[in-house]
Design a protein around this ligand. Structure first.
Ligand code: PMP
Ligand code: GLN
Length: 382
């Protein structure tokens, strides 16, 4: 995890945000919104601080948030979870992932993820001493083939780590793929961990939590967080749900990672999760328009664009513009166009990175005027 000169190696997101700041470029690199989310949620956090919710909350999370998470799973997906025994509040989805992998993996175990994969997955699997195997997602649909999934499973597979909607590819797993994964996990007695932080941000296709499929809940850890849904990425409130014995194992690790998570943000997240349906559909519709705006701009600029079905990001192939090395292009983009993006190779293992070498990930979770300006600037590339 250290760089060659012994320093903390900055993540690609930190590196690209720093580049955007130092060059005054538009930051379509790191995935965070540039405006606040629902006022009910931000007001609820202010009220919680004023009302004195400023000391350690319970280790599992405050009862009101545990109930709100349980109600949310029931309301949107028909999933029944016991708020007292089957939910754990964490410091973002990142801590949920860390505590889950550290709790469930032994050195030598194998973990299967999709590839490209969110950078924390690779680092956490290494921290847990496990072996990382991957299944490639390819243009244009970025969905795993059933044969590749089957081939990735061995008798050492302990865990299948899924991400839908997917970062960075924007794919949303269809029910047939999820069923295949449940069948594989069941046959090999593997645990499914599913990262669903973009669960409410899909465009015309449903988000299907794998835990809602028959036979899945008993072996599934479902992870989400409020950052993307409520434009509060800096609050770091996440959660997970799983069968009670798995929650106990994960909490036993969480208590020594952070002990508890941000007291005043927890009631605010409970408020958010109880907002009416119109809030959630409105958030997806607004983001869909932003996706279209940036995708059209990238196409007009000469990129080959795969339209994402969910999440914050669009993948653009720079090869038609004559750029085959996206790592190099992303370093030069501030100068060439005043825009920052992230090379997709940063989400890949060294072995597979060459397959994705001309692809750039751009975030469209930004204000309309920022996206319009970015499209205009990128049009100068051609
Ligand atoms: N998983 C995915 C797929 C993500 O894109 C992110 C980052 N936004 C996270 C997990 C981390 O979420 P959090 O900020 O809640 O820790
Ligand atoms: N999830 C965000 C992204 O993919 C950033 C998170 C981070 O900076 N670690 O851009």
């Amino acid at each position: 995890l250290l760089s060659d000169d012994g320093q903390v190696r900055p993540t690609i997101f930190a590196e690209m945000s720093a580049l955007a700041a130092s060059t005054g470029s538009l930051n379509l690199g790191q995935g965070f919104p540039d405006e606040d989310g629902p006022v009910e949620v931000t007001e609820a956090a202010r009220a919680a601080i004023s009302e004195g919710h400023n000391q350690y909350p319970p280790g599992r999370g405050i009862p009101d948030l545990l109930s709100a998470i349980s109600e949310h799973q029931q309301r949107f997906y028909g999933i029944t979870i016991d708020p007292d025994t089957e939910v754990l509040v964490t410091t973002g989805a990142t801590e949920a992932l860390a505590a889950t992998l550290l709790a469930l993996l032994e050195p030598g175990d194998e973990v299967v993820t999709l590839e490209p994969y969110y950078d924390a997955y690779g680092a956490l699997i290494r921290l847990a001493g496990a072996t990382h195997r991957t299944v490639a997602l390819r243009h244009p649909h970025y969905l795993p083939s059933h044969a590749d999934l089957t081939a990735a499973i061995t008798d050492r597979t302990r865990l299948i780590l899924l991400n839908t909607p997917h970062n960075p590819c924007g794919s949303v797993m269809p029910v047939e793929t999820l069923e295949h994964i449940v069948a594989l996990a069941t046959a090999n007695d593997a645990i499914i961990v599913t990262d669903e932080v973009y669960e409410h941000l899909t465009f015309g296709v449903p988000h299907i939590p794998i835990a809602s499929l028959s036979g899945a809940a008993e072996r599934t850890v479902t992870i989400s967080s409020g950052g993307k849904t409520f434009n509060t990425t800096g609050w770091k409130v996440g959660w997970l749900s799983a069968p009670s014995p798995i929650i106990t194992a994960i909490q036993s690790v969480k208590q020594f990672l952070t002990y508890t998570s941000g007291a005043p943000f927890q009631p605010a997240m409970a408020t958010g999760l109880r907002l009416p349906d119109e809030f959630f559909t409105g958030a997806a519709d607004t983001l869909r328009a932003k996706r279209d705006l940036l995708s059209d701009g990238l196409r007009a600029a000469g990129f080959d664009v795969s339209t994402p079905s969910g999440g914050y990001f669009v993948i653009a192939d720079a090869a038609p513009l004559g750029f085959t090395d996206a790592v190099d292009l992303c370093r030069k983009l501030p100068e060439l166009a005043g825009v920052v993006g992230v090379p997709v190779a940063a989400f890949c293992s060294e072995d597979r990175a060459p397959e994705y070498s001309s692809l750039v990930r751009f975030a469209y979770c930004k204000r309309t005027e920022v996206l319009e300006e970015a499209a205009m600037r990128l049009s100068r590339l051609g």
